[in-house]
Design a protein around this ligand. Structure first.
Ligand code: PEP
Ligand code: MN
Length: 342
């Protein structure tokens, strides 16, 4: 439930509403706005009666949020959430943010070459996994903290913000020390203790869609993070499983457009994991931007044939450059630009 106060409501009236909410056994979240203050009633799973609130002085309107996710819904907050990164780049605003880099951080040379390519192409965020969720326990598992240190070094050298995956609570603490955005991978989308843990951090989070997750489950997972207090959450569509294995996953472009009608959170698209094929990445990047994605996260590697993970879907640096030019043109058609460093 969202209680919208009159523009002239007093502090005392706002406090009374909060006190009543707490007395009803819920949490009150005060949200000051340009025009007027709103107070969110948090903690209900289902409709709450509003008889004790409706008639209170200063209350203008009571809105019952119909979606099961509350705080991430557009009903709760009409303005888009805009996340400003340490390098000044903004995600979720007017411009589309480009993120790129290798699947895994493999070595200093590899990462610096990739970072240079991303920066040259106009990207603002460098990706690279240090803790890798691999299907086989015998596959390369990532460099761990050593990889995080290399990411931090690349950030210093190229001015890019850094995103990397946290696999569990322990790696989340480490990732938060080094990175600008904590990635929660598809396999962990419903790891509720991990979601709560990063929800208590003051650090942007990118929540990838589980490979078999419905849009509702995905948004409820985001609600876990936001409900702990961390409002800096972005979603990432990375393809879902289907009967058809022609591509690695099925890129759900409709979900990109759909979630923009349901949530104020920024939506990023990952055409690399969605397709698994280098030749499909740029077409799907174009499609995602056309569908309204606020950003792209794309794998690129200086030598994809030598990559320790996801080589077949990694773009050559020249292809990454060409992709950003193409999506710049698509963005322009729908009145958007490409996010730059501030
Ligand atoms: C990744 O981005 O490196 C990754 C493992 O992606 P996903 O969680 O979407 O499979
Ligand atoms: Mn990968």
């Amino acid at each position: 439930m969202l209680i919208v106060m009159h523009s002239r409501a007093t502090e005392a009236q706002i406090k009374t509403v909060s006190d009543v909410i707490e007395d009803m056994g819920y949490r009150a979240e005060i949200m000051p706005g340009h025009q007027r203050t709103a107070i969110g009633l948090v903690g209900n799973d289902g409709r709450v009666g509003d008889s004790r609130i409706r008639g209170l002085p200063g209350v203008r309107q009571v809105i019952h949020v119909s979606a099961p996710y509350k705080q991430v819904s557009l009903e709760w907050q009409a303005e888009p959430t805009v996340i400003t990164l340490s390098n000044g780049a903004r995600i979720g605003g007017q411009d589309v943010a480009i993120m790129g880099g290798p699947c895994s951080v493999e070595s200093e040379t590899q990462l610096m070459e990739a970072a240079e390519a991303v920066a040259k192409a106009g990207g603002v965020v460098l990706r690279g996994g240090a803790f890798k969720p691999r299907t086989s326990p015998y596959a390369f598992q990532g460099l761990g903290e050593e990889g995080l240190k290399l990411l931090a070094k690349a950030r210093q050298r190229f001015g890019l913000a850094v995103i990397t995956e946290a696999l569990d609570l322990a790696s989340a603490d480490l990732v938060a020390e080094y990175a600008d955005i904590i990635q929660i991978g598809a396999r962990n989308m419903q790891n509720f203790s991990l979601l709560r843990h990063v929800g208590r951090m003051n650090k942007p989070v990118m929540l990838k869609r589980g490979m078999s997750a419905t849009v509702k489950e995905w948004l409820l997972a985001a609600e876990y993070v936001v409900n702990e207090g961390n409002k800096q959450v972005m979603l990432c569509e990375r393809g879902i499983r289907s009967f058809d294995d022609s591509t690695r996953n099925v890129m759900d472009v409709a979900a990109v457009a759909l979630v923009k009608t349901l949530t104020h959170l920024p939506v990023i698209a990952d055409p690399s994991h969605a397709t698994g094929r280098r030749d499909m990445v740029t077409p799907m990047a174009r499609a995602a931007v056309a569908a309204g994605a606020d950003g792209l996260i794309v794998e690129t590697h200086p030598r994809p044939n030598e990559a320790l993970s996801d080589g077949p879907q990694s773009l050559y640096p020249v292809q990454f450059q060409a992709m950003t030019q193409e999506v710049t043109a698509v963005a322009k058609v729908i009145g958007r630009g490409i996010a730059a460093l501030a």
